[in-house]
Design a protein around this ligand. Sequence first.
Ligand code: ZN
Length: 501
Amino acid sequence: MNDPYQTLLKKVHETHDIEKAIQVLSWDKETNMPAAGNTARIQQMTTLRRLRHHIFTSDEMGELIEAAGAELNGVDYHSREASLIRYLRRAYADERKLPDDFVQRVSKVSGEAHPAWVQARANNDFAHFQPHLEQVIALVQEMADLYGYEDEKYDPLLDKFEHGMKTAEVHSIFQVLKEGLKPLLAAIAEQPDAVDNRILHQHFPVNKQQEFANYIATAVGYDFSRGHLGTVVHPFATSFSRDDARITTRWNPGFLNAALFGTLHEAGHAMYEQGTDPGLARTPLARGTSSGIHESQSRMIENIVGRSLGFWQAHFPRLQGLFPQQLGGATAVAFYRAVNKVQPSYIRVEADELTYNFHIILRFELEQAMLEGDLKVADLPTAWNDKMQALLGVTPPTNALGCLQDVHWTRPGFGYFPTYALGNLYAAQFYEAMTAQNPAIAEDMAQGDPASLVAWLRENIHQHGRKYTPAELVQRATGQPLTPHAFMRYATRKFGELYRL
Ligand code: ZN
């Protein structure tokens, strides 16, 4: 026990196990727990969080990290040990910057904001949520100051989700995306009837949808022997270890997409966690490196694999067999076209592969304006609707369909939204790189077989867990930094063919 690194590792395992216990409680809360259990469950989770925070931010922990760091001085940069020390130094310094009373206020404000938001959205009553959002924004501003920043106030918030990325970089990437997508969307808008998706809006019994969800998740490489599919209102993926990475979905008997693409999306997230190197187990490196890279894995499986022609040529007969009345007269090509229909809409989570990015750009711009104090919360509904009109040419008829739709602003988690669009861009860049390195991947995909694609992800992304920063990982895997151009090439080719542009 005199070996500082081994002593540190023991502490790391301890905090890691507490974190995972919190996640189990949280997963159970969303999937199985009776509503009456809520108060007790929140108390249990709060106690464990406090316990973890105390261990992790203790002076002893800081000394152990430094002692182990000194012991390992000069060890290979790419080793697990060196990565873990780099990660812990950063996480420790960051977590120590938030005083206990601040953490408690976050908990209290968010705890009250969430039910107020649920009610405000149900009653389309923005005024009811407004004072809570004002408190959340005040916390976000305080948090940015506590973390500190050199360039923009938004930087330290973004850094929590996409370490190393700067607001200015996201801004310039989104400018390219905006300018590139606008003419593409305008051309598509000129032929609103070119793609017909009515086939997806029929009655699809849930038990058959479940059967297909299990089948299709396995087909893309999700390992059910180390996984589980549960039912929830707001789908997510979570992992307790690489050998227990769970997914959830929701079932809509009147529309096939929600469960179908939701399951593929969450399977993509969980496959990332299932694929991490076993040597990283019980450390904070045993998970995806950032929100944006995590989202690239879900988008890869949902869109690049799950919304491709080859995939449906391979799997549509199976779906048709489960729903002979609904889909008996359709072809794989018609189904592929239907699931790729582009149409500006109000709700982010229902948006297609192209317009989705504008929903994110809108939120990114509004978050910055509120953070900087340039936009008052009272003026948010108008600002939201103006931007929707400018970016997508539609104006939500109600705030429930506008600025009240997302749960995210009940918590001071500014900086998370942009990672959704970054995920699309990373995914396209990974796909372009892997097919250039190994053309057989594109040929397999044309046959509807993603196995070689998934093998590339395992090798270049999954196994590394959080060993590398997002920028390091992208550079290693694709030979260049993140660029929006791969996504624009992918989108222009795919939707150009679909809409015969
Ligand atoms: Zn996701």
